[in-house]
Design a protein around this ligand. Structure first.
Ligand code: ATP
Length: 432
């Protein structure tokens, strides 16, 4: 994933009309899911457009739906704006309208400068043309003359690290190569606005670092960005402001952390509210059990009171109640925690086996407590897998998703975990 470090954000939007590089005004776009009807509407629309009869329509025809519904916002020079929303909320449609790839059904977009879309992998590339031909086609679509492209050509292929493959058809490229070429040609057009879709999460770490440096350079020159991402940390790192779309509708805009907070909260409370921070399971019959069954999972605070929300930096006990049907020795618990809107990476793995804690239980009910004196997880929404194993091999019981939200009393800034700390000044005057 492309990311720009926090310190890269140097340009602050200024309150000046001439700073507005993009203005999206009441933009709506409708689509039709039924292929036959969609083709029929397409032919109808084209005919009426050719006859000069087509008016922007704010009415839906049968089987149509609004993929974008009356969205308005402005982007200023040097601003990095995040676009968040669940799958299908209209983010790509909005980027494609801004890039001029599709037309809105109502509203309009005003662009002050050159827009370079980094939308789908190898977007805009013709697979049967060579890399070289595609660079010329792509850069001229973005408004460069042949002479300008000639001047930048070597820089583009150098940047893309394509080598001899530049004269092979793009259909023979790997997705990473196509994306590198797309990225290189787009950024070498000196865009005023870069549209970055998260499908651009390609390339090795070294290439991504190179892209970051280039983006940093562009940013310092005043290029504005719109970044689509589901990853909270990338959003917080890159974007100063964000917009949240839901089913094509504008939900809120503002500073990135408040928007991401609302987005995560909605993701989280989507029909599963009753299961957050607490799970209770029906008892298993003894014949279905492998010896130890999880009966509930929840948190207790430092006073041992049950709490729904653990707090970053505070003491918390994760409690797993179990019913043992027999004496079970050498068992252990593994907890694997992921952020719900994260990139699928594990945020934290705790294992009693790794901690050399061997657990034994006699028949009956037990509460296993995992004490975390300072919770390191930052505020957000998480899912936890819980596995109880014997001798690290046999699974006795497991829970695939225990969902919980972490709240915070302190400001975390853009940190990705909580570090307990103390600040102190020690006088060294009398020390030798
Ligand atoms: N050409 C099309 N014809 C019909 N429906 C479409 C078309 N393009 C997009 N859609 C629909 O419009 C809605 C918005 O799609 P869009 O791709 O903009 O969402 P998104 O927020 O970018 O989703 P994701 O996060 O999955 O990329 C979706 O329901 C999608 O299925």
């Amino acid at each position: 994933m492309i990311s720009i470090n926090e310190q890269d954000i140097t340009l602050k939007p200024q309150d000046n009309e001439s700073d507005i590089v993009l203005s999206v005004n009441g933009v709506s776009k409708k689509f039709c899911r039924d292929l036959k009807r969609s083709l029929m509407y397409g032919v109808q629309d084209m005919t009426s457009e050719l006859l000069g009869l087509r008016e922007k329509s704010d009415k839906l025809r049968p089987k149509e739906f609004w993929a974008l519904d009356n969205v308005s916002f402005q982007l200023r020079r040097g601003e990095a704006l995040g676009l968040v929303g669940k799958n299908g909320s209209g983010k790509s449609t909005l980027l494609r309208i801004i890039a001029g790839l599709i037309k809105p059904d109502t509203g309009f977009v005003e662009v002050n400068g050159r827009v370079a879309p980094l939308i789908a992998l190898g977007a805009g590339f013709n697979p049967i043309l060579t890399g070289r031909e595609n660079i010329y086609a792509n850069m001229s679509i973005l408004g460069l003359s042949k002479k300008e492209i000639d001047e930048r050509f070597d820089e583009v292929i150098d940047f893309a690290e394509i080598g001899d493959a530049i004269d092979a058809p793009v259909q023979t490229y790997s997705s990473g190569m196509a994306a590198r070429l797309g990225f290189a040609s787009a950024i070498h057009t000196d865009p005023d606005i870069l549209l970055i879709d998260e499908v651009l999460a390609v390339g090795d770490i070294r290439f991504r670092a190179k892209c970051n440096r280039k983006l940093h350079e562009l940013r310092n020159k005043g290029t504005s960005f719109i970044l689509v991402s589901h990853q909270t940390q990338s959003m917080l790192n890159v974007c100063s402001t964000a917009i949240y779309l839901l089913k094509g509708k504008f939900v809120m805009s503002g500073d990135t952390s408040s928007v991401m907070h609302k987005y995560e909260e909605d993701l989280f409370t989507n029909g599963v509210k009753e299961n957050i921070g607490f799970i209770a399971l029906p008892q298993k019959a003894e014949m279905e059990s492998f010896g130890v069954d999880i009966t509930s999972i929840f948190f207790r605070n430092h006073e041992q009171t049950i709490t729904e929300f653990p707090i970053t930096g505070e003491s918390i006990y994760l409690c797993i109640t179990c019913k043992a049907h027999k004496y079970v020795s050498n068992y252990g618990v593994t907890l694997t925690i992921q952020e719900i809107s994260g990139d699928g990476e594990n945020t934290l793995i705790l294992s009693s086996f790794n901690d050399k804690k061997v657990l034994n239980v006699s028949p009956g009910e037990h509460e296993l407590q995992v004490h975390m004196p300072y919770l390191g997880l930052r505020p957000g929404s998480y899912t936890m897998q819980v596995h109880i194993r014997q001798d690290l091999i046999h699974t006795l019981d497991s829970i695939e998703s225990f969902m919980f939200a972490v709240k915070s009393k302190e400001t975390m800034g853009r940190s990705s975990f909580y570090q307990p700390r103390e600040w102190e000044i020690i006088s060294t005057n009398n020390k030798k």
